[in-house]
Design a protein around this ligand. Structure first.
Ligand code: SAM
Length: 248
């Protein structure tokens, strides 16, 4: 996955990697599926499965973090920026995270939570509703720090969790799927909950993407309007495709 390197022994009929012996035929089959990730054991298994939806770990570019696809939809940016860079961009929009308590709405593979840890956050509550995504994160070496003791993962729908949450946060990262898939996570009611759980002066970073951009739609404008109605002061950060909102 580009994080560690291991010497291997190349032989005429197979390649030996640690205790694994991989035939050239198997390696050829793996090499033909450029973006797929394989778990090597007694067999080589493609890291994907079906459970109501189809989940697949996808490596867009060698040496960078993979993304997870749910029914063919990628959960991270993989064209202009790679997933781990995208997470860092989002977190860089928060002025300071030293010793901060952070709410990470939509854990995914944990890249935003991990980026927040790197910037000095001391406690993170990360909310994810889909156990399959967390199972994928457990396989993914790029997600390892998500299982750090400073991160508490809550396996729950954020729409249920937020109204019952009594913790106050210094920052919130809200990284939902598209509006088409998860419209409620873009609603005024939900934004009011995000406002409620933030400390005064706290910053919300909300990834909005750019749905409808080819038709001239400025999707972020509606998001900003609803966030203002919830009480936030807002600005749009185009390079990160995020709205930043401050509880004044
Ligand atoms: C764009 S991904 C998040 C990426 C993540 N921030 C990261 O850095 O890897 C969106 C995630 O939100 C989850 N999700 C969708 N609806 C949700 C909800 N109502 N509550 C909590 N998680 C939700 C999806 O299962 C998916 O894993």
């Amino acid at each position: 996955m580009g994080l560690t390197h291991q010497p291997c022994l190349i032989q005429a009929d197979e390649v030996v990697v640690g205790k694994l012996r991989l035939s050239w035929q198997l390696l050829k089959e793996i090499a033909e599926r450029l973006e797929d990730v394989f778990v090597l054991g007694r067999k080589a298994e493609r890291l994907c499965w079906f459970d109501d939806s189809f989940y697949r770990l996808v490596l867009p570019k060698w040496g960078h973090a993979p993304t997870v696809e749910i029914d063919g939809i990628r959960m991270h940016r993989t064209v202009e920026v790679m997933p781990e860079e995208d997470a860092m961009q989002k977190i860089s929009l928060i002025p300071s995270l030293r010793n901060a308590t952070v709410l990470d709405v939509c854990t995914g593979l944990g890249y935003t939570a991990i980026a927040a840890l790197k910037r000095g956050a001391s406690k993170i509550i990360s909310v994810e509703k889909d156990p399959n995504v967390l199972k994928m994160a457990a396989y993914n070496p790029w997600s390892r720090d998500l299982f750090d003791k400073r991160v508490k993962i809550v396996l729950r729908d954020a729409l249920d969790f937020l109204p019952s949450c009594r913790t106050l946060f210094d920052a919130v990262v809200h990284d939902p799927p598209t509006f088409k898939i998860a419209g409620d996570l873009y609603s005024l009611d939900f934004y009011r909950e995000l406002y409620r759980v933030l400390n005064r002066g706290g910053v919300l970073v909300h990834y909005v993407g750019q749905p409808g951009v080819k038709r001239g739609v400025k999707f972020y404008k509606g998001v900003m309007e609803r966030l203002r109605m919830a009480g936030f002061r807002t600005d749009y950060v185009s390079f990160a495709l995020c709205v930043r909102a401050v509880k004044v």
